[in-house]
Ligand binder design. Sequence first.
Ligand code: 1GP
Length: 247
Amino acid sequence: MNNIFKNIIDAADKDIKQLAVLIDPDKMRVETVSSFITKVNQSIATHIFVGGSEVDEGVTETLVAEIKRHTALPVILFPGDVIQITDKADGILFLSLISGRNPDYLIGKQVEAVSKLVKTKLEIIPTGYVLIENGKETAVQRVSETKPLKRNDLQTIKDTAKAGELLGMKLIYLEAGSGATHPIDLYIISEVKRQLNIPLIVGGGIRTKIELDSAYNAGADLVVIGTAFENDVTFFDKLKKQQIFNS
Ligand code: 1GP
């Protein structure tokens, strides 16, 4: 499968909103994948992202292989580190943490990843990753040893996102951090979206259908939700696919 980006951009052009369910290999046991993915399949989810800030070697590959057995949705790596790269997935967000100033996460890890990536068939999607403060330290912040952008510094947030686009990145991901106390401010989403010509991903701290819809209405093309599903799978029931009957 190597039309992942094309499908994202086509949907964004038509204003069809997309949802990625994020699975952290550190938090999901292989035995629970089947029942969890059944729920994902019945929901409005369009993508499955797999990744985490702290994951042991080999765990991602086993998990992705199991996920693929149960779904036709595209499975996309959202890796916290090079060891999470596996050919079992369909694609990878090739992230550069452009909100930070740690060369390892701007370009170092990417260079390290190349020898693995060229041996895979993964669709590689260059993504500008922009971390925005949400009131508490996030795992991304701790692991990458970078500071998030201040939420009241709208100009820097907008300029950072636009710089990613101008550097040729295909997606911009506004991240409040997994389990964030508050999702990204709606005003930030709409202001960033207004000046981008590429799809916008938004994630971190979204726990309700209202927050999801608000992020979409503000301009998010694709929303990522992980913690809310991890904590309570009944959240999927509020996001069920509409059944279409012929009669
Ligand atoms: C984290 O944006 C994702 O990288 C999702 O965040 O776990 O808070 O939904 P949550």
